[in-house]
Ligand binder design. Structure first.
Ligand SMILES: [Zn+2]
Length: 583
């Protein structure tokens, strides 16, 4: 509705005002702020007409969960020039403040939290494909950290690698447009795209290694190591927030601990963080965590372990021990709240069997036997099997060239073809090296035990996408749409953790660890990245079968004071920026 003074008011809890939802009732009400300032009453007799607009946004009578972990409290929040200007307790805002805002949101019954920070995200080039990033903003996320798992768009080494960053759908930018001369040029391109959320970026070790030495399975020469150090140092200078590794992926998996230490030193001297997809997350998970911790000690860099999990029956039941090990070393970690991982199917291959060499390897029966044994049982010290302790029926094909296999588990595909599951896996990889899959490899009890720990951050591991257009046909993990509402809804309501602990794990905890100053808290002077949600309603709706589903319960998302999205509208404002590490 439009108030008498021309300002826009969005009515609060829908149940009491519009049973069909605030959206329909309030759609297209009044002008959107900034792009089109609200009309003023020209009459000199009007007291309101002469009143200056004090706030860009006034959020009235919210239950403020401020990101610090403090108890929720009732307050109204005024936003000006992109920052939180006033926090007025008890919702007592009957003074001039509420009527002097361009936009007022009545937040009675709603929780107001800092915008969520997704520290493990793969939307590296998503802003160049669809800058509104609907699956991200509509979860309440206002900042993503990209460049994870050792993969960053700069440096890219080949056309094939560039193409792998594209969404693979009509309308994607051509691969050459995703080629960047430097890390700084990449960040600049993202800034120019003006995404809907802020983007901070890590430099990926695998990408750096590939540029310096291709897919070589050996230690770098001193010259190659110097080259790699130089690329990392330059990226840090350009504003990268740290270095990432993906030690189950080629070529990152070929690196020794010492090689990573050398590159982490470059990130450390610039004040960055080391974020790692560790070398094993099942039978080898403790050894892999210890390697990350060792890298932290030797390079003197803060360590962050990505998507903590206990994968395979070899690790089930050890979640508390796992997070204790992480904490005892002063490391941090994040988690997506699901019992299945999602990755490329080639992540099942041992380091010595790159997907491009499968055909030739399989011509040698002895090699074939060794490969089958490695995939199904792993190799001591060297390689962890993703199938052992899991089973082929829990490895489900997400997307592959022959779409008739999508959604089927590898055991079922093998039965169809009258062959062994491992053979079906290899056939799928030879037919399409980019085949993706989900591995239902974690135990729900461990997922909950990790999530119950208030010091573990929430992160999606997703790539921003949309249920409309070509992207709707792309198979994705439900975490892409559901991660944050799933924690705030089902996990909070069943008592796994408190609402304030959940919000902290999504806001101030990641902001502080990744050096995103001025974000992650509702406090005076902080950037006004905010999310308003209904705590009784909020939930994820995305499933493995139907992942392209927005969550319920998110009411509005604010990015630096701009109302980026609100329930019932399709419009998404783009107010995100590139967040560079400050030296
Ligand atoms: Zn990963």
């Amino acid at each position: 509705m439009v108030d008498s003074d021309g300002t826009t008011t969005i009515i609060g809890p829908c149940a009491t005002t519009c049973p069909d939802g605030l959206a329909r009732q309030c759609r297209d009400v009044g002008p959107s702020h900034r792009s089109e300032p609200p009309p003023r009453d020209p009459s000199p007799s009007s007291t309101i007409a002469t009143m200056e607009l004090v706030f860009d946004l006034w959020i009235r009578s919210a239950t403020v969960v401020d990101g610090s972990g403090a108890e929720p409290r009732r307050a109204s929040v005024g936003v000006r020039n992109g920052r939180i200007d006033v926090i007025e307790p008890d919702g007592d805002d009957r003074g001039p403040s509420s009527s002097s805002a361009a936009i007022t949101l009545d937040a009675t019954g709603m929780v107001l939290a800092p915008g969520f920070i997704d520290v493990h995200n793969h939307s590296d080039v998503a802003p160049l494909i669809e800058p509104t990033m609907p699956s991200t903003i509509r979860q309440g996320v206002t900042t993503v950290v990209v460049g994870n798992c050792g993969m960053s768009p700069f440096p890219a080494s080949s056309a094939a690698e560039l193409a792998s960053w594209g969404g693979g759908t009509d309308g994607d930018p051509p691969a050459e447009e995703l080629a960047f001369d430097s890390f700084g040029a990449y960040l600049e391109r993202i800034a120019t795209a003006r995404p809907t959320v802020h983007v901070a970026a890590l430099i990926g070790h695998g990408s750096v290694r590939e540029l310096a030495m291709g897919q070589e399975r050996r230690a770098p020469t001193p010259v190659e190591l110097e080259t790699m150090r130089g690329i990392v140092a330059e990226a840090m200078d350009a504003g990268a927030v740290g270095l990432s590794t993906g030690l189950i992926y080629a070529p990152g998996m070929y690196a020794s601990t010492g090689e990573i230490v050398a590159l982490a030193e470059e990130a450390a001297s610039a004040g960055g963080i080391y974020a790692s997809h560790i070398r094993g997350e099942g039978a080898h998970v403790f050894r892999a965590v210890d390697e990350a911790i060792e890298i932290g000690h030797r390079a003197n860099i803060p360590v962050h372990i990505s998507h903590l999990k206990c994968e395979s029956s070899h690790a089930w039941g050890r979640a508390e021990e796992l997070v204790a090990r992480v904490h005892s070393a002063g490391a941090t970690g994040d988690q997506y709240p699901y019992a299945a991982w999602s990755s490329v199917l080639r992540s099942l291959l041992p380091p010595w069997a790159p997907v491009g060499e499968l055909r030739s390897l399989l011509t040698d029966p002895a090699m074939e036997r060794r490969l089958v044994a490695a995939i199904e049982q792993g190799e001591d010290e060297e390689f962890q099997s993703s199938v052992d302790g899991v089973g082929w029926e829990r490895i489900v094909i997400e997307g592959t060239a022959d779409r008739s296999n999508d959604g089927l588990d590898v055991a079922a595909i093998a039965r169809r073809r009258g062959i062994e599951p491992v053979e079906a896996c290899l056939e799928l990889l030879i037919a399409d090296p980019e085949t993706t899959c989900t591995g239902h490899a974690m135990h729900e009890d461990d997922v909950r035990a990790i999530r119950a720990d208030p010091e573990i951050m929430v992160a999606s591991d997703g790539v921003a996408t949309s249920p409309r257009g070509g992207e709707a046909a792309t198979p994705v993990h439900p975490r892409t749409y559901g991660t944050f509402p799933r924690v705030l809804g089902p996990f909070v309501r069943d008592g796994t953790l408190t609402l304030q602990a959940a919000v902290r794990a999504m806001t101030s905890l990641p902001a502080d660890r990744f050096g995103l100053s001025g974000r992650g808290r509702i406090s005076g002077g902080a950037w006004a990245d905010l999310v308003l949600f209904d705590p009784a309603v909020i939930t994820d709706r995305a499933t493995y079968q139907q992942p392209h589903a927005f969550p319920d319960g998110i009411e509005a998302v604010v990015v630096e004071g701009d109302l980026a999205w609100r329930r019932g509208t399709d419009t998404i404002e783009r107010s995100g920026r590139v967040l560079r590490r400050r030296g």
